[in-house]
Ligand binder design. Structure first.
Ligand SMILES: [Mg+2]
Length: 366
């Protein structure tokens, strides 16, 4: 595992900027709809556009950006995310912003029931702090833009001919993550393997049983698949997870089973790695802590995303120098978006430009 260097470095290169007395942070909340390039389907749902919420945190003439998108699985939509943030505005107005970590400690108890909202707020706090102190978020956390893994692009569930045509359109991507949980999972991966030399990863989104997982793991290992993400339901019995952990021919990565910080410890011994998403854990502040703990426990690390704009992707990209695997294609799956930040070109991340998370947006485009 990679060492986490200089952990944590709390201030920017020029030291923390002093706030003007009496100036309080102001939060603006925008509900938006993001059109997709094509229908996106997984084992439990399909969509053609994505609801999302972009927040602006204003302080001393600078604006920090954060985002959280709808997820039916986690019971959040734009209304619920925006509503939770709206609800805490009066409390937030009393908070004297010093660091993102202090803001997270202040806001987490207020948003205990809505970590998607907390994540958007925390991303905006990191972005704002970077802009106020002339540093990027990853540099503030002691990282350099080296050893950055490439990202997978996601192939959604569909009839085999559609899956193959989607794969053809990603011919120049080095890593494909294939959504499974269909009656013909092995047929799909076998056909894909015949049509691409790309690294293949699979995500069953909780759709398999213990027996299916173990059986599929051997067949998928033969097909050169790299790992299996979340084969069992998140609440499968511990003994089922342990059996899969011990008998799978491929590493098993927890997604739905690893949501918040305490799940890292719970996944140790039941999974080979974890997939962190900012909206699940409540933002960059806990994500950095989770990566440190996973690394200490010898768990493989991955960061994933929802389908969301460059705002959330650029925030998550601040973590990638620490990762074994990246799955941050959310913005790439959009037909258009109002933000501009870290991009993926054939799986390779552009380096974040500017301060904070390296993202801008134009509210007039939504
Ligand atoms: Mg997943």
């Amino acid at each position: 595992m990679r060492r986490i260097p200089g952990w944590p470095r709390r201030v920017g290169r020029r030291g923390p900027r002093t706030r003007k007395e009496g100036a309080l942070v102001r939060l603006e909340i925008h509900q938006i709809k993001l059109p997709l390039r094509r229908v996106f389907a997984i084992s439990r749902s399909s969509i053609t556009e994505q609801e999302s919420v972009i927040v602006e945190l204003h302080d001393q003439g600078k604006i920090g950006l954060g985002e959280a998108a709808k997820s039916s699985y986690y019971g959040q939509d734009a209304e619920s995310i925006a509503g939770a943030l709206e609800r805490i505005k009066p409390e937030l107005a009393k908070h004297d912003f010093t660091t993102p970590e202090a803001l997270w400690d202040f806001a987490a108890p207020l948003l205990e029931d809505n970590y998607f909202a907390l994540s958007a707020l925390d991303q905006a706090a990191h972005d704002l702090y970077g802009k106020l102190n002339s540093t990027s978020v990853y540099q503030r956390n002691g990282l350099s833009w080296r050893n950055v893994p490439q990202s997978s692009v996601t192939i959604s569930i569909g009839p085999l001919e559609e899956v193959l045509s989607e794969v053809e359109s990603y011919a120049d991507w080095p890593i494909l993550k294939v959504k499974l949980g269909t009656p013909n999972d092995l047929e799909i991966v076998t056909a894909l393997r015949q049509n691409t030399d790309a690294i293949l990863r699979v995500d069953a989104n909780c759709a398999w049983t213990v027996e299916e997982t173990i059986r599929n793991s051997h067949a998928l290992a033969e097909l050169g698949v790299e790992f299996i993400e979340q084969p069992l339901p998140y609440d499968a019995p511990e003994r089922s997870k342990r059996t899969v952990f011990e008998e799978s021919a491929l590493p098993i990565i927890a997604d739905e089973s690893c949501q918040r910080e305490h799940h890292v410890r719970e996944c140790d011994g039941l999974f080979h790695g974890i997939n962190i998403k900012l909206c699940k854990c409540g933002g960059l502040t806990p994500a950095y802590r989770m990566l440190r703990e996973a690394s200490m426990r010898g768990l493989k690390t991955m960061v994933g995303c929802m389908i969301e704009s460059d705002v959330a992707i650029s925030a998550a990209a601040q973590l990638v120098p620490l990762l074994d695997f990246a799955d941050l294609d959310g913005a790439f799956l959009l037909a258009s978006q109002p933000a501009d930040g870290v991009k993926l070109e054939r799986g390779t991340f552009s380096r974040p430009e500017g301060y904070g998370c390296g993202v801008t947006w134009d509210a007039s485009l939504v």
